[in-house]
Design a binder for this molecule. Sequence first.
Ligand code: ZN
Length: 295
Amino acid sequence: MSAFPRCLPLAVVGLLAVLAPAIAGDLTVTIRQGPVYPGDVVRVTVRAPEDAGSIVATWQEREVPLARQSDGTWDGLIGIDIADEGGSRSVQVKALHTNGSATAATLEFVVDHRTLRTRRIRVNPRFVTPPASALARIKEESERLSALFNTTSPGRHWAPDAVRPVEGVAVSGFGVRTIMNGQPGGPHNGLDLAAPTGTPIYAPAAGVVVYARDLYYTGNTVIVDHGQGLYSTMAHMSAMDVREGDAVLKSTLLGKVGATGRVTGPHLHWGMRLHGARVDPLSLIDALATKSSTR
Ligand SMILES: [Zn+2]
């Protein structure tokens, strides 16, 4: 992960708060109006001439292919990592035209800083100071997940929209800083939905099950590849009802709520990655429900 510059002075942030579309030649690039925060999923929309054959956005050194929509615009999703400290950002867009020419445009926008709330929880000490016998397993699982989340498959299974996997109460939001057994930890990289053990968990969007295993920290864990760099992680399940390689549709049963792994009680931890960035699952639902504005 690249280092992010510090926050811009307030005056500069204010100046840039009203987002203007980037217009270069025949390309117009927009994102939604309003503040952008760490953890947000942002839809990038491009208006391009009819002869555009392919359009790719570049976001923090990763290529994000855009797809042409029924209204003639092109769009794709980018993720602002939870650890982004805020500041000026840019997304580059390049179109290849059927006559062989290429055009490009760059949209500048600001990621606002957000102060994280703090929660204090108590868990089994083996999850705060793992025994030496568990260290090799933890390292292997961490490396495997990191490689997985940095893999991009070509499908676009997340379209057109996404739903909550469990009708539970959100008990711990995305980005809350956690103090575990008195020791400060990182920000909460998911959304906790409280529901009784055995409550069904459904796929928030279509995709392919790429992981269905018992992991040290997250217990019984199902990971769904929604395509184009987007992954859902469902953690702490009491039962897994899918296997690796299964194709799932939106609302397919994945498993049941449980309390396996590092938990204080039964709940679903729903994590989301987009091109490696840790993003807020609720922000994905919002981003898919809202088209970009060109106001
Ligand atoms: Zn959680």
